[in-house]
Design a protein around this ligand. Structure first.
Ligand SMILES: NC(=O)c1ccc[n+]([C@@H]2O[C@H](COP(=O)([O-])OP(=O)(O)OC[C@H]3O[C@@H](n4cnc5c(N)ncnc54)[C@H](OP(=O)(O)O)[C@@H]3O)[C@@H](O)[C@H]2O)c1
Length: 170
């Protein structure tokens, strides 16, 4: 089971600004986000990210599996959404048992950090947007590893936005 991260960041590394409004994200980030979710059909996100996207902007609606990490017992937006308190290893196992070979984590920091700490992230797509934020949300929280990365590819998405694809060396 291969698990990727697809995440947009400011040029100085924040994944959200202090206003917590995603108006700095390019259309190309949005296209890449929907494209990788459609390709893998298995999407993982935290409840805070889900609450921003659901119900209107979820990348998968009638197909695939969207796993949302949450301790809440609410009704998911649709029947392809699974709310879970399981650990990352259990989530990876569940998706593998369902037949998926790839999954993508689309945010946020808490969720990415949990999978990284469990050594379950294989590669990361950073979409670097042309912004500098004084403050914001860092990509990682409470992660004390010092991962070495291997560059897999660089793609210019528009005049000012670059996608950088790294594998995590294990
Ligand atoms: N730049 C980007 O591409 C991008 C993409 C997505 C999101 N974001 C930003 O990221 C921010 C949200 O990220 P975040 O790190 O604050 O939150 P998050 O990872 O989206 O969600 C965290 C929440 O998920 C639940 N959760 C996490 N781990 C869990 C576990 N092991 N068991 C049970 N529940 C668990 C908890 O919610 P409960 O209280 O429900 O238990 C927790 O508060 C937003 O500002 C958003 O704009 C940026």
């Amino acid at each position: 089971m291969k698990i990727s991260v697809y995440i947009a960041a400011s040029a100085n590394g924040f994944i959200s600004n202090s206003r917590n409004v995603p108006d700095w994200l390019s259309p190309e980030y949005g296209q890449g986000f929907y494209s990788i979710c459609q390709k893998f059909k298995a999407v993982i996100m935290g409840k805070k990210s889900y609450d921003i996207l659901a119900p209107g902007y979820l990348p998968l609606t009638t197909e695939g599996t969207t796993v949302v990490l949450t301790s809440k017992h609410e009704k998911p937006a649709n029947e392809t959404v699974v709310f879970t308190q399981d650990r990352p290893t259990e989530i990876a196992g569940m998706l593998k048992d369902k037949g998926y070979t790839n999954a993508v984590i689309i945010g946020g920091a808490i969720t990415i950090s949990a999978f990284l700490k469990a050594n379950l992230v294989d590669d990361i797509y950073f979409v670097i947007e042309p912004r500098l934020f004084k403050t914001g949300l860092p990509l990682l929280q409470d992660v004390d590893t010092d991962n070495e990365l291997k560059l897999l590819g660089v793609e210019q998405l528009n005049d000012n936005t670059v996608q950088v694809h790294y594998a995590i060396k294990k």
